[in-house]
Design a protein around this ligand. Structure first.
Ligand SMILES: [Zn+2]
Length: 695
């Protein structure tokens, strides 16, 4: 044994020597040679991205030329499919690059993203404004019936054709030139916007040095805050940050009102300090350019341009839905705020409830009403148990199994990889879970692809979040919110993993954005179902299954505070729509516009929109005129879950139908058609109102 160990060591040394003396191959330039074709994170260097993007662009141009110069009549295969498969190097590189920018960035990578963004936008414009290419796409699209195309092939053809039109292929040359300028500028502005939000998040530190200022905070929280302070070079103090895991519990538990106010105020004023990280000018410029773009295409406002390809279709339909729910939600929020005020009055404070008091008194009422505190619940929600619970649900519903993969290269030590297999043993894909916060990771949680599914190629998916970290001997214990987030992101992952499409352009989660949250939100319904809780929620110390009394309390408080939750969500959706419904930017001022928009809604003063304009990352990051998607999809998921309730939440027949008609289909058919195939009718709004306790 000793001998072979030495030999391996020698071999390693000589290999690394010979590698260092030669020019190392850029891993992006060919298919990854790793097992399962996963990204070789240990071999990827910062210096690989730039040349891979350049090579990727050259490769794509070559393949596009081949499509154009084909002497044969344009067909689905030689034009549409060839286009869908035209950029393997670029896809491989940008998929990893974009994921790293979100999950594991640093100053050099951020700087590189600023450099590459305009290059990638220009490439995209070069392709979508390429007249010779468009002629062939258009030809296949117009003559769809010449070939015997499947529904999926027709859908892909239509999607690609519409992408060309919406990217300006039908515009005059003058308008195309202007469109290019707009796109290039927008790509830089949107990146600068979200980089500013990240910088502000990281820059904020609230150091507490008096023990009395920890009043009300649970012990686990103080422990973790002490550890944060130590890492930040200030041992003996406690550090509070703006990320959810640090901010939310502080606002819920801190009895020190001025500190709550300080933290809350810092949070809602991100990128609003008239300094180098201020986003007011950037968002104004973004909105101005978007409006100009919409007008180039003959639309009166940006939202109608943006919504054309969604389930909602146009701004009117979105506004109608938002208004329909708004009155129910505001009414419930008003009842809630009165209760909070009463609670505050009882404490003898002759003060008015403010936004930074809402979580604190809500927590008090929650424990008084339901005698249920996060502290009591959390021991039953050890991260690993919750994760296994989500896996087990997927197993019982769809028969799939998820097994940890050892010896696989990851980009950070706390990232884990899994193999996902179908009931017949065939591989469905690879899943990465990256669950803990770190500097360089964006806030919030999301699912993404490293590789998209198409015929013969299985997807590589990741879930990223910032859950409470383990501290000392205490494992990561999740709040109910975090439990639901885990199930939510895993729902997206299932949508990505179970897809069975032939073409990447319509596979997996490549669906309209107001349809995509349906799958994740539906999966949340299992997270706190009594039957499911008994399956996975076990005390991390004793192994005891969660008692029925606790399950009962969890069920009873499901609709608690939903007035607030729905109202802040809708307020942000209205803000997003109002910004993109603008028909002129004359006289637009970020802060006064926002104030007026909330006044129009008669929003109560103790609630702010879930995101304010200067840090509303969704509306610059692909959810422009799209934040409503969450509530839109919520109508669908509540309606669909009724079907599961009818025959039992693990009913095989219902699960099979859901898998077959929806999960597997990606964007290969019209979403409403797929939904009706599963449900038998269009969704109704009542299940959502009931679910949120508003009816
Ligand atoms: Zn989601």
């Amino acid at each position: 044994m000793k001998v072979s160990k030495t030999l391996i060591l020698l071999a390693t040394i000589s290999m690394s020597y010979s590698c260092a003396s030669r020019k190392e191959a850029n891993p992006f330039l060919s298919d990854f040679t790793t097992k399962y074709g996963v990204p070789p994170f240990d071999k990827i260097k910062l210096s690989n991205y730039d040349p891979a993007v350049i090579k990727g662009i050259a490769e794509q141009n070559k393949r596009i030329d081949k499509i154009i110069n084909n002497k044969e009549q344009p067909t689905f295969k030689n034009s549409i499919q060839a286009f869908d498969e035209s950029s393997p190097i670029l896809n491989r590189t940008t998929a990893i690059f974009m994921n790293m920018i979100d999950a594991d960035t640093n100053d050099s990578l951020t700087a590189l993203s600023m450099k590459l963004a305009p290059i990638l936008t220009e490439q995209s414009d070069n392709i979508y404004l390429n007249q010779n290419l468009f002629v062939r796409i258009d030809n296949v699209h117009q003559n769809e019936n010449r070939e015997n195309l499947t529904t999926e092939q027709k859908r892909l053809t239509d999607k690609i054709y519409r992408n060309f039109v919406r990217s300006g292929a039908n515009l005059t040359p003058e308008k195309q030139t202007r469109l290019r300028e707009i796109n290039k500028e927008l790509s830089q502005l949107t990146l600068a916007f979200s980089n500013n939000v990240l910088s502000e998040n990281n820059a904020f530190n609230l150091f507490i040095d008096k023990e009395s200022d920890l009043a009300g905070l649970p012990q686990w929280y103080c422990q973790s805050a002490a550890e944060e302070a130590k890492t930040a070079g200030q041992p003996g103090k406690w550090l509070i940050k703006l990320n959810d895991a640090s901010r939310i519990p502080f606002l819920q538990f801190s009895a020190v009102r001025p500190l709550r106010e300080k933290l809350y105020t810092a949070y809602i004023n991100r990128c609003n300090h008239n300094d180098q990280f201020d986003n007011k000018q950037i968002i104004t410029k973004i909105l101005t350019l978007r409006l100009e773009k919409a007008k180039l295409f003959g639309f009166d406002c940006y939202s109608n341009y943006s919504l054309e390809e969604t389930m909602a279709k146009n701004s009117d339909n979105v506004m109608k839905l938002l208004h329909n729910i708004w009155n129910y939600s505001l009414e419930k929020a008003k009842i809630e705020v009165a209760e909070l005020q009463q609670m505050m009055d009882k404490e003898g404070k002759a003060e008015k409830i403010e936004a930074w008091d809402w979580p604190y008194y809500t927590e008090k009422i929650r424990s008084a009403k339901y005698n249920l505190s996060d502290d009591e619940i959390k021991p039953y929600f050890k991260l690993e148990n919750v994760r296994n619970g989500a896996f087990e649900c997927a197993h019982r519903l769809y028969g799939i199994t998820i097994t940890p993969l050892k010896n696989i290269s990851v980009y950070e030590p706390d990232v884990n990889a899994y193999e996902v297999n179908d009931s017949d043993g065939s591989q469905l894909g690879i899943l990465y879970l990256d669950y803990f916060p770190r500097a360089g990771k964006k806030g919030g949680a999301w699912m993404s692809n490293y590789r998209e599914e198409r015929k013969g190629v299985r997807p590589i998916i990741c879930n990223v979040a910032s859950f409470t970290k383990p501290v000392g001997n205490t494992p990561s214990l999740l709040t109910i919110d975090e439990v639901e987030t885990l199930f939510h992101e895993f729902g997206h992952a299932l949508h990505g993993l179970l897809t069975q499409c032939n073409y990447a352009g319509v596979s997996g989660t490549n669906v309209p954005r107001d349809f995509v949250e349906f799958f994740s939100q539906l999966n949340e319904h299992w997270a706190t179902d009594p039957e499911v809780l008994r399956m996975y929620a076990r005390n991390y110390k004793t192994g005891e299954v969660i008692p029925d009394s606790l399950i009962d309390k969890i069920q009873k408080q499901k609709t608690f505070n939903q007035g607030f939750m729905t109202t802040e969500l809708l307020a942000a959706s209205f803000l997003d729509m109002d910004l993109h419904n603008l028909k002129t930017m004359d006289g637009y001022d970020v802060l006064s516009f926002e104030k007026q928009a909330m006044k129009n809604l008669e929003l109560i003063s103790a609630i702010d929109p879930r995101y304010r304009t200067t840090y509303f990352n969704h509306i610059v990051g692909g959810y422009d005129a799209g934040y409503y998607s969450y509530i839109w999809s919520n109508v669908l998921d509540c309606d669909a879950f009724e079907t599961f309730i009818e025959k039992g939440i693990f009913n095989k027949d219902t699960a099979n139908r859901f898998r077959h008609f929806l999960l597997e289909r990606g964007d290969s058919e019209d979403p409403m058609t797929m939904y009706k195939n599963f449900r038998g009718s269009e969704p109704q709004i009542t299940p959502l109102l009931k679910d949120r306790g508003m009816k």
